[in-house]
Design a binder for this molecule. Structure first.
Ligand code: HEM
Length: 165
């Protein structure tokens, strides 16, 4: 029996469009390879900020500055690869979920930029402002990461099925 979704002509039209990854190296989608860096470094910054709160050792300020900076620039790089997929692939562009994920990703990049730029250019206090920005970045990382996973596993977006499969 046909499902209600299959009978919906709008959904059928979206499903007809190809949603395979085009920004890839040797069959490996680039965005999926790059997102691990901001994810790991945002949570490393949380660790560094908590260590600074706990022991007031200035070493952790320097660690936090580096981790939040690399999180910001690696998130920009990942965002560029993700945006290329979004603009170039008709089946990705046509799905509302892809745009919702892009908004979560852009919000994360903005907060990482504020966190690193604030520390580097404005010398904001890590306690509490830096730590609060890091906490917000962790929440947004969770949202963007979880939603990115949904794009792959629920919507089948950005896959590269090998001819061997
Ligand atoms: C402008 C920002 C972004 C755009 C337009 C974007 C777009 C996309 C797209 C189109 C996909 C589907 C897979 C593909 O086609 O490669 C995806 C997957 C994913 N994205 Fe993003 N993304 C952005 C930023 C981010 C950021 C900053 C993160 C970090 C948390 C992230 C985490 C993920 C994850 C974890 C997946 C699933 C990858 C997998 O499991 O293979 N995205 N994204």
């Amino acid at each position: 029996m046909e499902t209600a979704d299959k009978e919906n002509p709008v959904i059928s039209k979206v499903e007809e469009k190809d949603a395979s990854s085009v920004v890839a190296v040797a069959g490996h989608p680039l965005h999926a390879m790059m997102v691990h860096f901001p994810i790991a470094l945002v949570f490393s910054t949380l660790g560094a900020d908590i260590m600074y709160w706990w022991g007031a050792d200035a070493f952790w300020l320097r660690v936090g500055l580096w981790t939040t900076g690399i999180a910001f620039f690696s998130a920009i790089a990942a965002g560029l690869a993700g945006s290329a997929e979004l603009f170039l692939v008709p089946g990705i562009r046509a799905r509302v979920a892809s745009w919702a994920h892009a908004i979560a990703g852009m919000s994360l990049i903005a907060v990482c930029g504020a966190n690193w730029g604030g520390r580097f250019f404005l010398q904001i206090e890590v306690l509490p402002h830096g730590l609060l920005l890091t906490a917000l970045a962790c929440v947004l990382t969770g949202l963007a990461g979880w939603h990115g996973g949904k794009l792959i596993f629920d919507h089948g977006i950005g896959l590269m099925v090998s001819p061997k499969d």
